[in-house]
Design a protein around this ligand. Structure first.
Ligand SMILES: Nc1nc2c(ncn2[C@@H]2O[C@H](COP(=O)(O)OP(=O)(O)OP(=O)(O)O)[C@@H](O)[C@H]2O)c(=O)[nH]1
Ligand SMILES: [Mg+2]
Length: 115
């Protein structure tokens, strides 16, 4: 595991002091509805994190054990507060990162993407 290689010095120091190294912890972050929770479930080999075909499924943070030596934090999807470029908003909308309740489907269907 790459994370263990990066932390090798710290882990070796802990072992030398007689401390049992704790699980490596990682944070999973990204825009909504891209498969963060699905990836964690796949790595963990079980369906612990709630997943769904819409943004905003994960509502809070949840540590999930992946094997014996790693824990991953599932987090709610995040978006930056304001899109200067309309095309950015368009792309996020058509790929399902923005809640349908706050979108006008017709506007999006008629908006032309500027490639
Ligand atoms: N085709 C495809 N669908 C995927 C893949 N990974 C996840 N999905 C689907 O994408 C949807 C969103 O997955 P989630 O894991 O809930 O996404 P998330 O990033 O945790 O979403 P939020 O918690 O809402 O931010 C679900 O319907 C998944 O089944 C993938 O690799 N391929
Ligand atoms: Mg999720």
């Amino acid at each position: 595991m790459q994370a263990k290689l990066l932390l090798k010095e710290k882990i070796d120091r802990q072992i030398a002091k007689g401390i049992n190294p704790r699980a490596v912890r990682g944070l999973i972050v990204g825009i909504p509805n891209v498969g963060k929770s699905t990836l964690i479930n796949r790595l963990a080999g079980r369906s612990i994190a709630l997943t769904g075909d819409r943004p905003g499924v994960t509502k809070g943070q949840q540590w999930i054990k992946v094997g014996k030596e790693m824990e991953l934090l599932d987090t709610p999807g995040i978006l930056w507060p304001k899109f200067e470029d309309q095309n950015v908003g368009y792309r996020l909308a058509v790929t399902g990162a923005i809640k349908e309740e706050i979108l006008n489907a017709e506007d999006i269907a008629f908006l032309e993407s500027v490639t």
